[in-house]
Design a protein around this ligand. Structure first.
Ligand SMILES: [Zn+2]
Length: 235
């Protein structure tokens, strides 16, 4: 019997009565396991295994896939589950985990960040939802070894000057100064404020970054860069 501290990412019906769960665990990263009889009405386990729940899970392994024999909810994060926008953002992150992480490889930093994110998002107001989501993603890229260079130009290595035009290079993974700009293709212009935001994300907790005041337009543009960046560097 293995005990896991897990965040439920997804589930799907395996047959009439059983359900397959994909969970992200502190101990072993992604784990797939089956809960038997969980689809029967009033099955006790199901309530502890909803996607987005932090759960203590017991898995028995003999041959093949593990079987969930017990589960206890540690944190329900119910405000996320009943808020469509919060839930949508959480599910996008869960999907990224399903695609990019391997079974059996635990990473405490990733687990703690996801746990912290769900806790912060759960009590977040609608106004700070976007910045928490943005901060989460860039922090995740950093933990995964894909932190873009935002202190100096990735081409000439010169320190970035305030109030000069700057670009983001998806391929080079960082900022390109105005002098080097003409030598590169497919650059996205990025503002001093957006660069500052990235530095704030990496230097502060999610809770602290939630309090930063930034315009919706600046944040939306940074989200666009992040989406392209994620598609280039991850699955
Ligand atoms: Zn340069």
């Amino acid at each position: 019997m293995q005990k896991y501290t897990a965040i439920i990412l997804a589930s799907r019906d395996a047959n009439e009565v059983n359900r397959l769960y994909i969970i992200y665990t502190l101990e072993q990263g992604l784990v797939k396991a089956v809960a038997k009889g969980v689809r029967k009405p009033a099955a006790k386990l199901a309530g502890h295994l909803e996607p987005g729940t932090l759960t203590e899970i017991y898995v028995a392994r003999s041959r093949g896939m593990g079987q969930i024999t017990g589960a206890i909810t540690l944190e329900n994060f119910e405000n996320i589950k009943k808020d469509f926008e919060k839930l949508t953002e959480a599910l996008k992150i869960f999907l990224f985990f399903l695609k990019n992480f391997s079974e059996g490889v635990g990473d405490k930093k990733v687990f703690d960040l996801l746990h912290d994110f769900l806790g912060t998002l759960n009590f977040a107001s609608a106004e700070c939802l976007r910045i928490i989501v943005e901060s989460f993603w860039w922090k995740l890229f950093d933990i995964l070894g894909n932190r873009p260079e935002v202190m100096k130009c990735v081409a000439c290595k010169e320190k970035l000057a305030e109030k000069s035009k700057k670009f983001f290079s998806i391929e080079k993974g960082g900022i390109i100064c105005s002098g080097c700009g003409p030598n590169f293709k497919e650059l996205i212009s990025i503002s001093d404020n957006q660069i500052k935001l990235l530095r704030i994300f990496w230097g502060n907790s999610l809770e602290k970054t939630a309090k930063v005041k930034v315009s919706g337009a600046e944040l939306a543009k940074l989200a666009k860069i992040r989406e392209i960046y994620a598609r280039y560097h991850f699955v």
